[in-house]
Design a binder for this molecule. Sequence first.
Ligand code: SF4
Ligand code: SF4
Length: 127
Amino acid sequence: MKTVTIYTDGACSGNPGPGGWGAILQYGEHRKELSGDFCRSCGYCLPCPQEIPIPNAARIQFLMTRSPYKPYLTKEWREGMDRIDSCIHCDHCKNHCPFGLDTPALLVSQKAWYDKFYEKHRDESEK
Ligand code: SF4
Ligand code: SF4
């Protein structure tokens, strides 16, 4: 059996404060490093004037890959994710995120992921 060793860590500076995560994957002489920020769904960034459901929309990939994804293919979720396009870049979310996330940019990247996934699985929607 082949074994890949994974080391992970996460922290925030201040509590809460700017945070992140990191992982190192080791397989023999091969090594890969991963890192990034992620939304904790705390809701400190609300309210959003465009009623974008930030705490879930900003982590939709996490939600849909770590739990059954069909509930996120409904009309309501599609509309919620589409609201990201109406962002007016007021930066209220970004200025109130205790983890220092660039929330508007995170939303855009999460919507891009959602759009692709939705196109592939839309026929499986539970309505
Ligand atoms: S920057 Fe966009 S997502 Fe953030 S609060 Fe303003 S409208 Fe909402
Ligand atoms: S963007 Fe920041 S403040 Fe908003 S829910 Fe995610 S972690 Fe919390």
